[in-house]
Every structure is written in C-alpha cells, then in structure tokens.
Design a protein around this ligand. Structure first.
Ligand code: NOJ
Length: 547
C-alpha cells in the first residue's frame, strides 16, 4: 500500500473550514466504459478537482453492492465494487488526491448492511436463536401463526419495516428490505465497525461521513409502540425507540478513540436528520466532531430564513466548539438550482414538483441558477465547512422527468410509484458538450442524460467568463486567501438583504429580494451576477473588501 500521507497537511483542524466536494462515484466519471462511474474515473479527474480548488472529497459508497439503494446497501465494507475497481485502484486514487493536496473522506454505513453481506446470509442459514441472528434484529411475528409483522412500523422508503424470512421470523429494515438493520446492542457489531474504521484509516483516508448516524442505537424492548404513538416529541426527549437516542453517542465516543489512533486524528461528519437543538451532540469533540446542518437545504429563498439559520447554527457550534457545515445539495435532494426555480423554492416545494412529474417547463431555470449562484457565494463566505455536491459547480439542474423505466431508487418502488425518488440528482455528469454520454464515459451512462446536459458541460463552461464553473473556481481560489478565523460580524441590513463581514474586512452581501439594493463602498472581489453601477441586483451575492 503506498504511503501517500506525506503530501497532505498534518493540520488536525483541516476539516474545520474545508470545502468538501461530494463524489457520487457511479455518476462522476467512467474510465472503463461500462456506463458506471469508477475509481479510475475519479483519479483521471484529479486535475479537474485541483483546478476547482476543493480541499477534500467525500466519496459516497463504492463498496460491493447490489445497488438496491445506490450503494448504501453494502455487501462488504472492506472492498471495492468490481464494477468500480479494486483496492489497488482505491490506493492509487487516494495517492493522486493526496499528491494534489486533497483530503479523502469515505462513507461509512453502520445502521444496516446489505442482505448479501456474509453476516446476513449466515444469519439466514443459522436460523432462529443463532449467534449470527443476534447481529441483526430478528423477531417472531404476531398473530397465532406469526404471520403478522412484529409491529406496524414503516420503512423510510415506504412499506413495512419488517420482512419475513422462510423460517417464519421477521427482520427489521428501517430502509429497504435489502438493508437489514444491525443490532448495536451486540458487542460484535461494535468491534467490527471499529475495525472497519481502522481498515480505511490504515489505507490513508482522512475521515468519514457517517450514514444515518442518528439511527444506530435502538430500544427494542417489547411490547413495541404503535407507529401512531412514535411522535417527534419522543425524539426531542431522546426517548424515541428508533431515532436519535442519547445512548448512540456512546458508540461515537468509542469511535473517537479509534480516530485518535491516527496522526492527525481522523475526522468525521454525522448525517443525522435530527432536530437542530439535538445536532450538537453529534458534533461533540468527544464524538464524531462535526454534523451536517441541512437547514439551508430545506429553507425557502428568504432573507429572514437564511439569517435565522445562519445565526442559530453559528451560536450552536459555539456550544460544542465544532465548526458549522453548509450544504445546499447532495445525492438525496432535488438539486438547488431547480429548487430555487420553483415557486415556493424550499425542499417541500421541490418534492411536490417531483411527485407531480418533475416537468422542466415548471422550473424557472434562469432564476433558479441565478439564486443558486448567489446562495453558493453566500455559504462560501461563511465561517465553517462547505459541502458541494458534484455537478453543482456546473449549475446542473435536477433531471425531474427521467423515464419511469429508468428509475432505480427504492423510494420509487416502495411508494407504489408515487414518490419519484432521487435518481434525478444522480444522473452522470456531462464533461463534454457532445459525444457519447457527454464525456462521462465511452459507452453510455447508467441513467439517461437529457439533451440540455451538453450546454452545461465542463467543456462548455471551461474558460468562459461568467460561467457557473468559472464562478466556483474563482470563489474557491479567493476563499482560500480570504478565509480567516471563524468569526462573523452582522452588518446593517434591510429586510431582503443578508450582509455580514469576516475578519480583515471581507464583506458578503446577498440580495434575496425583488428590487435592486444599495451596497456599501468597497472593492468588488467577486459577484454572482454583474452589478448595476455598484448596486446589488435581485438574487445576487457580492463579496467586497472594505475600503
Ligand atoms: C442516507 C443516504 O444519504 C441515503 O442515500 C440512503 O438511502 C440512506 N441514508 C440509507 O442508507
């Protein structure tokens, strides 16, 4: 295994204000031409990532998987899906990224394995009462012959959360049936995951994104509560049997000890869809250290909402001493240029649009991209970490109208084809304006790319003044220079304007209103749209340095 660590900074705080670029490997770049992106594809694009100016990449799962849930159904946590490459390809990718000064985070999926994982096939083979079954959540069914599931709980993707196996027992799956939940009351599960963390730590990764971090600890004592009684209030008190229980943090304290075995310690960020008041626990320095803040990703285009979210999150991170995370898009939500192009503009409006067919003509694309660019410059000026999702630097829209037969998301299947799911933000990236799969690979793409992808490709935007790609590049370059201590000062602002400054007189002003706004004096460093004689047009952000 090559030692690639010498090229990257040993700063233990590298993650605090990093720009982390999420690679969804199957849709990033396809090196071997099988229509599925792969690790060599990532390696071949290290130059692109360097030019973009990101500090780290986070790779969504690349492990062997039947892809029942886009790779979040993991067959083997210590290997690479043969369609995506080999462990040697992984090492070469890490070495190339590290050589370029880019850190690497990998996705860890500890709430569930896949149903093809050796532990689960053992559990099926060994039968009820076996040690192998104790690693998962198996129960007898209800009713005289056990033909009813143990409870009426629903899975996140729709349908029952229990699946019956041939010997009559049922197992819990809070997501797809192909994703059996692990039993975190079992010490073997703890030990296994500590060793999985070490496996990747030893291979040189710098940190982890922890999937469903709020789901591992469960209170599965019986009788089970009815689904109708599982109120959010319970989660707020840490008393929900399934989500966000206080004892989940014991697991992360164990993990922290593993992280500290490395120099610098491994970093981690929790994916925990919990109430904002409970997020800080996941970001505890004795636990994972950082947690995703998904508030802006859900918010409508409103200055009041943005201000409130920024203030609250910056206050919250002070409590634990972590840094905040700003996210506008990821592989689970409608891309933000599309969200902002819809009336209502929040996540709920986007979900409704998608459910109604995801028709592109209902999206005001110009407005959406304009607001997306403004939102991006805003988050990049904030103290803390920014997470970018592949393709957002191209201003890529959601492909809402994928043909139904192309859809692969379990949400689509388990909702009886009523919820479209997340395929539309996972369509392979366009690298070239024309050609097979727009340069993604040589031989097609695993999800169909629409004709408008060509005009948004890297090739079409590269070197083009004012393009979204060039704006991201400029912004990341400047940010590197400007980003100082994690401090923010609120400046005088009107109702529709968000205005703050950072140390050394770096100002960020965003106009979320419908009319042009006044600007303070200052040298324009970067703006998301051309200014109107030193006035700020609607849906625009400017970075200024005070004179
Ligand atoms: C969160 C991941 O981001 C999502 O893609 C996945 O479906 C669920 N966790 C289940 O692993």
């Amino acid at each position: 295994m090559p030692d690639s660590s010498e090229h990257v900074t040993a700063d233990p705080d590298w993650w605090r204000q990093a720009v982390v670029y999420q690679v969804y490997p199957r849709s990033f770049a396809d090196h071997d031409g099988d229509g599925i992106g792969d690790l060599r594809g990532v390696t071949s694009r290290v130059g692109y990532l360097t030019d973009l100016g990101v500090d780290a990449v986070w790779l969504s799962p690349f492990y062997p998987s039947a892809l029942a849930d886009g790779g979040y159904d993991v067959d083997d946590y210590r290997d690479v899906d043969p369609r995506l490459g080999t462990l040697e390809d992984f090492d070469a990718m890490v070495a190339a990224l590290h050589d370029a000064g880019i850190k690497v985070m990998v996705d860890i999926v500890p709430n569930h394995t896949s149903d093809r994982h050796a532990w689960f096939t053992d559990a099926l083979d060994m039968g009820p009462g076996s040690e192998a079954r104790e690693r998962y959540v198996f129960r007898d069914g209800r009713g005289p012959d056990g033909a009813e599931p143990p409870s009426d709980w629903q899975s996140k993707f729709g349908g029952p959360a229990w699946e019956q196996v041939p010997d009559g027992q049922w197992y819990l799956h809070l997501f797809a049936p192909e994703q059996p939940d692990l039993n975190w009351d079992n010490p073997q599960v703890h030990e296994e995951f500590r060793n999985i963390l070490r496996f990747w730590g030893d291979r040189g990764v710098d940190g982890f994104r922890v999937d469903v971090a709020h789901g591992l600890a469960k209170d599965l004592s019986e009788p089970f509560a009815a689904a109708a009684d599982l109120h959010d209030e319970l989660a707020l008190r840490g008393e929900h049997p399934l989500w966000d229980r206080d004892d989940v943090h014991d697991i992360y304290r164990e993990w922290r000890r593993v992280f500290e075995e490395y120099d610098p310690p491994l970093a981690a960020v929790a994916e925990a869809w919990v109430h904002p008041t409970r997020r800080g626990r996941y970001a505890d320095p004795e636990g994972l250290g950082q947690a995703f803040n998904f508030d802006l990703l859900q918010a409508p285009w409103s200055a009041a909402d943005f201000r409130e979210i920024i203030k609250r999150n910056l206050d919250d991170v002070q409590q634990t001493g972590t840094s905040s995370t700003w996210v506008l898009s990821n592989h689970d939500v409608v891309r933000h240029p599309t969200r902002y192009g819809l009336a209502g503009s929040g996540r709920a409006a986007a979900e409704a649009w998608l459910a109604a067919g995801g028709h592109p003509e209902q999206v005001d694309r110009r407005q959406g991209v304009r607001r997306a660019r403004a939102a991006t410059l805003l988050i990049l000026a904030l103290p803390g970490c920014s997470y970018l999702y592949q393709g957002e630097e191209l201003g890529l829209h959601e492909v809402g109208d994928l043909p139904d037969e192309a859809r692969t998301d379990p949400t689509w299947f388990r909702s009886g084809h009523t919820r479209k799911g997340r395929d539309g933000c996972r369509v392979p990236l366009p690298w070239t304006s024309q050609g097979p799969s727009y340069g993604f690979g040589t031989n097609g793409a695993h999800l169909p790319q629409p004709a408008w992808f060509g005009a948004l490709s890297v090739e079409a935007q590269q070197g083009k003044e004012g393009s979204t790609l060039e704006m991201y590049r400029q912004a990341l370059r400047l940010r590197r220079r400007l980003q100082g201590p994690e401090e923010l000062t609120w400046e005088e602002q009107t109702a529709d304007v968000v205005h703050f400054s950072r140390p050394d007189g770096w100002h960020c002003v965003t106009n979320l209103g419908a009319t042009t706004a006044d600007l303070p004096d200052g040298e324009v460093l970067l703006s998301s749209e051309p200014l109107d004689r030193h006035r700020l047009p609607p849906d625009t952000t400017v970075w200024l340095s005070a004179t």
